[in-house]
Design a protein around this ligand. Structure first.
Ligand code: SAH
Length: 262
């Protein structure tokens, strides 16, 4: 019997209907799959039943990695490492379909790492199907003029199209987490703004959203040294709040910020 470790965010998905639903979202047959945090292998079994070409799993917990090895033998390639330390691009030449019932304490860190580290137009995945805490999922998918809109929505939408598949109640997991969850689907965008350094997107949104209830004027002046021309050019009313600017305006602000520095 495996005892779940709270520190590793171990809440295993046990609802068979949900597990079946997850592996029917996209075609798995003959695809190369990457699963993050396979845990006891509940989702992994369902993935294998769909006849993928190859399955890689990344599991940090040594005991679980040993159990997976024992249960699945050479049907999957097990990487007993921390996902945050993996260079996914080096795992395989095929594009991955990625599944993950992510450990919630690092879920946004994983997503941010993936988006920030993508090479210009080379995506190492064809899609991501990921479970988040419901409240975090709402922040990821939210659009401007919403109180949930913020840094992670702007970062996600930069290179990915995002949609919610469904909400999942906490009683679908064991042990049962305190929060509900949502399953999100991400697909690479064909066109997106090209930044000199993606870190500048983080920098700009951080300065704006650290003061989310203040007028835009203050963070704007902080970034552009009072250069009002840029606000005029982008049609920004500086008496609005950070949540009132749409995605594209943020990406344009990053371009302006970068051009001032080059
Ligand atoms: N997918 C499984 C378990 C999800 S729980 C299921 O649905 O049943 C989250 C899993 O991620 C756990 O197995 C946990 O050990 C693993 N994990 C936690 N932190 C990790 C990290 N940094 N890198 C890789 N795996 C991690």
């Amino acid at each position: 019997m495996i005892k779940a470790k709270k520190s590793l965010g171990q809440n295993f998905l046990i609802d068979q209907n949900i597990l079946k639903k997850i592996v029917n979202i996209v075609e798995i047959k003959n695809k190369t799959i990457l699963e993050i945090g396979p845990g006891t292998g509940n989702l992994t079994s369902h993935i294998l039943s769909k006849e993928p070409k190859k399955v890689f799993v990344i599991e940090k917990d040594k005991n679980l990695a040993l159990k997976l090895l024992n249960d699945f033998k050479d049907k999957i390639k097990i990487i007993n490492k921390d996902i945050l330390l993996i260079n996914e691009k080096k795992l395989d030449d095929d594009k991955f379909v990625v599944f993950g019932n992510l450990p919630y304490n690092i879920s946004t860190e994983i997503l941010s790492k993936w988006i920030l580290n993508l090479d210009k137009s080379k995506f190492w995945f064809s899609c991501l199907i990921l479970m988040f805490q419901k409240e975090v999922a709402e922040r990821i998918i939210s659009k401007f003029n919403s109180s949930k809109y913020g840094r992670i929505s702007i970062l996600s939408n930069w290179k990915l199209d995002v949609k919610k598949i469904c909400d999942i109640k906490s009683n679908s997991f064991s042990p049962r987490p305190k929060v509900n969850s949502s399953l999100l689907y991400f697909k690479p965008k064909q066109f997106f703004f090209d930044f000199d350094n993606p870190k500048n997107l983080e920098k700009v949104t951080k300065i704006f959203f650290n003061q989310r209830r203040k007028m835009l004027k203050k963070p704007f002046n902080q970034l552009f040294n009072g250069n009002i021309e840029i606000a005029r050019k982008l049609n920004i009313d500086l008496s609005l709040r950070p949540q009132n600017l749409d995605f594209e305006t943020y990406y344009k602000l990053v371009k302006e910020y970068e051009s001032l520095r080059s």
